[in-house]
Every structure is written in C-alpha cells, then in structure tokens.
Design a protein around this ligand. Sequence first.
Ligand code: NI
Length: 278
Amino acid sequence: MTTLPIRIASMSDDLIMELTREVRFSLADGDADGKPLNSWAGWPASDRIAPYLVLRATVRGVVDRRIGYLCNIVTIDKAVRDEAIPQLRDVHREDLSVGCPYEAMLTRVVSPIEGAMPDNVELIRLELRATPFLAYTWRKELLNMIQITQSFEFAAAHRLHCADFSDEENRAVFGKCTNPNGHGHNYVVEVTVGGEPDAQSGTVLEVGRLERIVKERVIDEFDHKHLNLDCAEFAELNPSVENITRVIWDRLNGAFGSANLAKVRVYETPKTFAEFCG
Ligand code: NI
C-alpha cells in the first residue's frame, strides 16, 4: 500500500487567507430590515425603478482554527447593510438631480465598513458593481485611488501559425487552430483604469470617455475582422490571446489622460483568458 505525501499544517501555523462576500441590493425604499425572501436576487426588492447594485467586500486575516472561519459572513453582510446601503440610498436621493459618481459612493462607504469589521480581519478590497459589466474597486494598498473596470466585446477571425514552421510543425503546435482559412471567437475585453477621483467632477474617468477611447482604438479596429489579414500588428505576430492582450494594452496605454491603464484582460472563450498589467 502506498501513502500520499500529504503535509498536515501544524496547528501553530497561522493560516492567512482572503474571503470575499457579495451583497446584492437595490436602492429602492423597500423594507431593508425585513427578512429577505430571495436574497439570491438582492433585497430590498426593486418594485419600482431603482438602481440594482452589488458590493463585494474582501477581508484578509488569520483563520480561526477552532471553527475554520476567517470572518462570519453575517458580520460582513451586516456591515454592508447597516453602514453602506443607507448611505448609498441617501447619496442617490440627494444627488439624483446632479448625478453622483460611483467613485464618490464607493469612497464614502469604505471607512464605515472598515470600522464595522472585527479586529482580527482587515478590509482590503471593496468592489461596487454598477452593472454586470462595469465595476468600481477600492484597494487598501492603492490608498485614495479607485479603479474602473468596463467590459467590451468584439467578434474576429484568426489563424494561429508561425511562418517559419513547416505545416507539420504548425499542426503539431496549434492543432486545428492553424486551419489556413481561420476560425472565429467572440472576444470579451475587460479594461481597468485607475487614478484619484478629480476634485471637481468626482470621477477618475467618465465612463462615456472610457468607452469612446476603447471603441475607437480597439473595438472598431478588430471587430468583424480577420486579425491576421486586416490588422497590421498581426501581419507577422501570431494573434494568440496573449498577443492580442498585449496589443490591446499598447493601443490603450497612455490614452486616458490622468487615469492610468491598470490591466487588460481578454477572454478568447469563457474558459480561456489572458491578462496584462504592464
Ligand atoms: Ni482561436
């Protein structure tokens, strides 16, 4: 009989871990304190038009060996529901006429949530999802900076091959992806920019401007194209998802004024993605 070399961590080792809890809610004037009937969908329920938002709080600390918890998720839920949601509802109500940037909403709730965390954990990340495709993120290590991540899509054909390989070598490395006439993907691009919110506008970068820049520099150039044949960058360069990610980074880096490009992630399929942070 063989035994597997499993290492059992000593009980004296501190197990440092991160835990993320997602809280879903609407800014409707519903019964926020009532028992949720469908917390999967978020509560209070939106029975009138109201923003539906998601807050993801990530904490880090030492896992309690006795019960196996880093932090009870009930504590995180309570912090978000007691400290953040009422404030977000107030901000939304107050600023409905002038519009309140998400950066301001996020910045406003960091300290109250931090203050409601137990002593053994620290809040390290807070992500406010405005839509399934647009997120604002505060990270403790980035101090006063806020990151904005927006998703985009384009459809394109490509062929993976190396010109100096024989047909046999190309088939051995790239398989059916080296089909001479190409094949297609629906690519999803996530662009993350970061910076300090502008003192006047309160935004790091207006989302409309972010979208216009990415559309002009990337989507319009790649969408419904054959990357190898239609895009100069891929005339010689193999359009792998890694190289596409790098090319998109180069096309966007430096394009956002005072906001910095922080990350580009490209999904070739829902199961394969590459990311580059410069
Ligand atoms: Ni492919």
